[in-house]
Ligand binder design. Structure first.
Ligand SMILES: Cc1ncc(COP(=O)(O)O)c(C=O)c1O
Length: 391
């Protein structure tokens, strides 16, 4: 039959997160599911975007990124991590870090290769691996601190391993990988000749004195790391779709080719505005993290009071919770109850696990929300216990 779909497209399902967002709209709930801010972006960025449109920056940018953005990016990266990248050969600007990850895997991984992924994981990594024909090898992060067993990690590496994906600060757990943990991973990458693909999209959202350690800065890793990040989370503009990959020339050349044929380029006027964002002063980043810490410290105790067990995040803007106190059979039933009866949307934990059973008593909340939105959620959550016990 000519209307059949590809086998690979049947091997993953529609995003559960987006389903929760739809349900939330139906029930006029408070959306603490999908990870995007409901507060405005910095004025300077919006002005820069308007200016770029008025200046008629309306045509394709250079496929691997507007020069102004690449120059601003390498300067910012050097300021924060001391790492130097050549803007002419080592930077690829894509449509968000989502495209960066897909383009990187398609460029570096062959069918049959293995890619190590920490579990629970950001839900895109599974389909990304399937799309390029790779086999994911999952290594478990364990509560309460989401540490991994070094022996389990070592066992996941072998001759077929091509890459490992490390997301720090981490979605959904809020874990920030320590220098020791990254050293251990780096050692395995060097031993097995494996590329580290680091998703550093939450690099500036850190709490409690945590520091972001750049994998590419560790010994022998600059030449085998693809650093992925973007404007979405740091500058509160998830809809702009501007992200970037930093990688040695040979890897970048392959990533650029894939990127060119996937999307040609990221939105040209917004690349100009992104260049302005990358020049914001250090205080901007301090205020960003402080504001997120306040939001965390507002939501997490309210969740505890409502009957959730929480795993306190050290970075990013999510909190994973244990829902076993509520006596529901599984996370999806509970998430549906929460949105339809209480009016708060969250993401069922099983969507972050390949082994779905492991997430059956987990629910993830996001707190990139204005104070009023969080207040509304907190107020609704207070009604939860009463409803569960009476229902
Ligand atoms: C870990 C992680 N990586 C990537 C993304 C997507 O980033 P972008 O908007 O740059 O595609 C998200 C969004 O939630 C995320 O949580």
């Amino acid at each position: 039959m000519r209307t059949r779909v590809s086998e690979r497209s049947t091997r993953f399902t529609e995003s559960v997160i987006r389903e929760m967002t739809r349900l939330c709209q139906q029930h006029q709930g408070v959306n603490l599911a999908q990870g995007f801010p409901d507060f405005p972006a910095p004025e300077a960025l919006k002005e820069a975007a308007v200016e770029a449109l008025r200046a008629d920056v309306n045509q394709y940018a250079i496929t691997w990124g507007a020069k102004r953005l690449r120059d601003a990016l390498v300067a910012k990266v050097e300021r924060f991590s001391g790492l130097r990248y050549d803007p002419e050969t080592e930077v690829t600007v894509c449509c968000g870090s989502t495209e960066c990850m897909a383009a990187t895997l398609l460029a570096l991984v062959d069918p049959g290769d293995e890619v190590v992924v920490f579990e629970p994981f950001y839900e895109n990594y599974g389909p990304d691996a399937i799309l390029c024909g790779a086999t994911p090898r999952f290594v478990r992060l364990r509560e309460p601190d989401w540490s991994f067993d070094p022996a389990e990690l070592a066992q996941a590496f072998g001759t077929r391993t091509r890459a490992i994906i490390i997301n720090t600060p981490n979605n959904p757990t809020g874990k920030v990988f320590s220098r020791e943990e990254l050293e251990l991973i780096a050692g395995l990458c060097r031993k097995w000749d494996v590329v580290a693909i680091t998703d550093e999209i939450y690099e500036h959202i850190l709490y409690d004195g945590e520091a972001h350690v750049a994998m590419a800065g560790l010994e022998g890793m600059r030449e085998r790391t693809v650093v992925i990040s973007g404007v979405s989370k740091t500058y509160s503009v998830t809809g702009w779709r501007v992200g970037w990959c930093l990688a040695p020339g040979a890897l970048s050349a392959a990533i650029r080719k894939v990127h060119d044929f996937l999307t040609v380029g990221a939105p040209a006027p917004l690349q100009e505005a992104a260049a302005v964002a990358l020049g914001l002063p250090p205080e901007y980043y301090t205020a960003l993290a402080d504001n997120y810490r306040d939001r965390r410290d507002h939501l997490v105790p309210a969740l505890e009071a409502a009957g959730f067990r929480t795993f306190r995040p050290r970075g990013a803007y999510y909190v994973m919770t244990d829902i076993s106190g509520f006596g529901f059979a599984d996370d999806v039933t509970f998430a549906r109850h929460l949105v339809s009866e209480v009016g708060v949307a969250a993401v069922p934990g099983s969507s972050f696990y390949a082994d779905r059973e492991s997430g059956r008593q987990r629910l993830r909340f996001q707190f990139a929300r204005r104070r009023e939105t969080l207040d509304a959620a907190v107020e609704r959550l207070q009604r939860l216990k009463a409803r569960v016990t009476s229902g």
